[in-house]
Design a protein around this ligand. Structure first.
Ligand SMILES: [Zn+2]
Length: 75
C-alpha cells in the first residue's frame, strides 16, 4: 500500500509531500539538497524536532519553504 506523508528537511528547510510504501523501509531523500536525514512533519514527534530544525536552518541561513506540489506552496 502506498500513501503520502509530509516531510521536512532540516538542511534546506524544504517541506514536501512524499509517497511512501507501508511496510517497506523508506529511504526519504530531500528532492532539493539530497539530504537523507529528514523528518516526517505529520507525526507527533515532529513537534519536538521542530525547534532544532529551526535552529539548524537559522545557522545555515535557510528558511522553511514548500515544494511546488505542496498545498501550501505560494500561500
Ligand atoms: Zn533539503
Amino acid at each position: 500500500m502506498e500513501y503520502k506523508r509530509e516531510y521536512c528537511c532540516p538542511e534546506c528547510g524544504l517541506i514536501w509531500i512524499q509517497k511512501v510504501n507501508a511496510g517497506a523501509i523508506n529511504n526519504i531523500v530531500c528532492p532539493e539538497c539530497e539530504n537523507q536525514y529528514n523528518y516526517a512533519c505529520d507525526t507527533f514527534g515532529y513537534a519536538y524536532a521542530a525547534q532544532s530544525i529551526k535552529e539548524n536552518l537559522e545557522k545555515n541561513n535557510k528558511k522553511i519553504h514548500y515544494d511546488k506540489e505542496h498545498p501550501f506552496y505560494n500561500k
